[in-house]
Structure formats: structure tokens, C-alpha cells
Design a protein around this ligand. Structure first.
Ligand SMILES: C[S@@+](CC[C@H](N)C(=O)[O-])C[C@H]1O[C@@H](n2cnc3c(N)ncnc32)[C@H](O)[C@@H]1O
Length: 376
């Protein structure tokens, strides 16, 4: 896998986070290269303040911190860690890191955006920029040309201001905009809806997974979460808004729940949802982390997991594998991992490899999903 980004007589060595021996995915894309080339040609005065939104693994931050003051905002813990590691290994200047629920910093001169996959997150970021920026500050966004639809440009026009695009280069396009729309539309960060069947409500921040309605897989597994547990310690791995934990906590008042997600907004939501549904006196924790890095071995009786199949923009099953390996590590003997996945993902094969075929039980299935239980 290529790890050297060489442009304009400069080279950076960039890795994804976590760094893996047989990595097949690159830590930057042609969109990063397009933004870098565009900005290098502009040749703006050193020392200006560049705000970068959604840098994937720190390629943009590393590049621009050489001459400019950089603030990088991202909802992803993985992106923060990737940026920190790449900044250190390339001996770059410091970058200020922030999440995307925080305020836009003051005195920004340029904004560079890797357009996020989730439109609610994009709308949130554009509306925040519209409220904070002076209309003279250039905003330059990038994405694959095939993912910049007319509707994407309409969101820029509506929530930020006048917008036009560049020609495509290596299948990517730049979007040029500025905070000059005639109306400043205020976007509420929290969307609230009810899980009707079970009567509890969920708060959803803009980048939380399935933030507008219950995920179909989550809906299916809610019926099959265990009841009658007593003092079990439980981890909800990849908790999103905490939907699985809220239901498990309501049915099992004695359990101790730890929600883990790599999205800062997800762990924020899970925290407020557990508090609202279970009350302050319950033993719950919400942690922003990469899978179960740093968690103690043999320390819990149950792990719940509805794994992701993306890392940043890439479709991959390596996070599911990492989650299963980490779950096995933290489970006590006889502890259980309960997994929901699309039938075609073949999680049974992965779990059999890890736990042994005889330790895998099919709990339920329908035409789309399977629920599997692996016992350590
Ligand atoms: C399919 S969603 C499941 C969300 C929720 N549990 C549900 O059932 O609706 C997967 C979740 O895993 C999280 N995730 C992705 N990569 C992760 C990682 N490396 N460590 C922890 N969580 C991760 C995503 O942010 C997302 O919230």
C-alpha cells in the first residue's frame, strides 16, 4: 500500500489509524491531493488560519500545518488519532483538534472540507459555518464527482451561500462557496424520535448512525436481547445512539452498561439517551474509542454488536473483525457476544474462526439479517 504522498517537492508518510501490517487502503485520496494542489497554486500568505473539516487521517492537516495555523474538526475518534499519529511521525507543527459539535473557531481565513457521507452532518456543518464565518472567507470542499449531486450543491446554496464547482480531476471535484446566503437557517442539532414498540425516546445528533429512524438491524435484534440478567457487565460495541443499551437496560435493571463508539456524537447521544430512559442512578458509561483498545481482558459477561461496514469513505469488514477479536478478549469465560448482521456478510464464518464452530448459535434470522451468539 502506498504510504508516501509526494507533491510540489514535499513528501509525507501517511498511515491510516489503527496502523495495520497488511493494510490495503490508503490514508488519503485524490480529493486531498486536489485540495492541496489548488491551495498551493493560490499560494496564500504563510501564517493564515485554515479550518479543515473531516480530514480522514490527517493528510490535509499535515500538509497545511507546514505554513499555516490549522484547526481540524472531525466527529471521528479514528480521524483524530490518525491525525495525531501522522503529525508526530512526520514531525509536523501542531494542529488544534476539535469535534464537530463544538463551535467554529474565530478568525478563520480559509475553510477546507472533505464532504461527509451523511447529509445531516453536512447540513449541520454548513449551517454552523454560515453563522460563524465572514462572507469573504473562501470555503472549498471536495468529494468524488459521482457523490456531488445537484442536491448536494443545493444544500451548499441553502445553508451556506453562492456555490460553483470545478472541473473533475482524478474523478474528484471541488465545490467553491462562501457564507453569504440571504437567510441564516438555524439547524437544531438534535432530532428526537420514539421507538414506538417499546415506548422510549432517542435523541440523535447530526452524525449519529441511523439518526432519523431506527436501523432495521437494530429493530430486529431488539426483540432478541436477553432478559432476566442480574449483575452482568455489558459492553455495547459501536453503540450509535445507544438504542440497544437503552432496551437492555430497561429490561435488566441490574446490569452495568458501557457504550463504546468512535463517533463523538454517538457517545454523546448514548449518554443522554441512557440518562433519559434509565435515570441517573444507573451504572452506565459512554466512551469514545477505537473498538475496545485499552479495555481489560476477561472483564465483562456480555458484548452487544451491530458492526459497521465503513471506515471513513471505504467499505470494509476489517472493523467487524477487530470488534469480534476485541470482544473475545474482554469477555470472561462463558461470556457471550451477540451480533446482528446482514445475511450476506458471513459473520458466522468469522465468529467460527475466532470462537470455534461449536460455540456459535443462531439466535434468529429473517430474509435480511442473522443474529448470532458466540460463547467464549
Ligand atoms: C451499524 S452502526 C450500529 C449503531 C447502533 N448500535 C445500532 O444498532 O443502531 C455501527 C456503529 O459502529 C461505530 N464504529 C465504527 N467504527 C468503530 C470503531 N473503530 N470503534 C468503535 N465504534 C465504531 C459507528 O460509528 C456506528 O455508530
Amino acid at each position: 500500500m502506498k504510504t508516501e504522498l509526494a507533491l510540489f517537492d514535499r513528501a509525507l508518510t501517511l498511515n491510516r489509524f489503527p496502523k495495520r501490517d497488511n493494510e490495503t487502503l490508503q490514508a488519503w485520496d485524490a480529493g486531498d491531493e486536489y485540495l492541496i494542489s489548488y491551495m498551493e497554486e493560490l499560494n496564500i500568505e504563510p501564517g493564515k488560519h485554515i479550518l479543515i473539516l473531516n480530514d480522514n487521517f490527517g493528510a490535509l492537516s499535515c500538509w497545511f500545518t507546514h505554513k499555516y495555523r490549522v484547526t481540524m474538526m472531525s466527529d471521528s475518534y479514528i480521524a483524530h488519532q490518525g491525525t495525531i499519529e501522522n503529525i508526530e511521525s512526520n514531525r509536523c507543527e501542531e494542529v488544534t483538534l476539535s469535534n464537530t459539535i463544538a463551535n467554529i473557531p474565530a478568525n478563520v481565513d480559509y475553510v477546507l472540507i472533505q464532504i461527509p457521507r451523511n447529509n445531516r452532518h453536512l447540513i449541520w456543518q454548513l449551517s454552523q459555518l454560515r453563522q460563524a464565518l465572514d462572507s469573504t472567507v473562501p470555503v472549498i470542499a471536495v468529494n468524488k464527482a459521482k457523490d456531488i449531486h445537484t442536491s448536494t450543491l443545493k444544500l451548499f446554496e441553502k445553508y451556506l451561500g453562492k456555490t460553483h464547482t470545478s472541473l473533475a480531476w482524478k474523478k474528484h471535484r471541488l465545490v467553491f462557496s462562501a457564507a453569504d446566503s440571504s437567510n441564516t437557517l438555524v439547524v437544531e442539532p438534535v432530532t428526537q424520535w420514539k421507538v414506538e414498540q417499546y415506548g422510549f425516546e432517542l435523541n440523535n445528533l447530526p452524525n449519529v448512525y441511523s439518526g432519523e429512524k431506527l436501523d432495521q438491524g437494530a429493530h430486529f435484534i431488539l426483540n432478541y436481547l436477553p432478559k432476566g440478567l442480574t449483575t452482568e457487565r455489558v459492553i455495547d460495541l459501536g453503540c450509535g445512539n445507544g438504542v440497544l443499551s437503552v432496551k437492555l437496560g430497561l429490561d435488566n435493571p441490574g446490569v452495568q452498561i458501557t457504550c463504546v463508539d468512535e463517533s463523538f456524537m454517538a457517545t454523546d447521544c448514548a449518554k443522554s439517551n441512557l440518562l433519559n430512559s434509565l435515570g441517573v442512578e444507573r451504572n452506565t458509561k459512554c466512551i469514545t474509542n477505537n473498538c475496545l483498545d485499552g479495555f481489560e481482558e476477561n472483564s465483562v459477561e456480555l458484548v452487544l454488536c451491530n458492526p459497521p461496514f465503513h471506515q471513513q469513505q471505504a467499505i470494509t469488514d476489517h472493523i467487524a473483525w477487530q470488534m469480534f477479536c476485541d470482544a473475545k478478549h474482554v469477555l470472561c469465560n462463558e461470556g457471550k457476544l451477540l451480533v446482528i448482521g446482514n445475511r450476506h456478510l458471513g459473520y458466522d464464518v468469522k465468529l467460527s474462526k475466532l470462537f470455534g464452530k461449536s460455540k456459535i448459535k443462531l439466535i434468529a434470522s429473517n430474509n435480511k439479517f442473522v443474529i448470532l451468539q458466540a460463547t467464549k
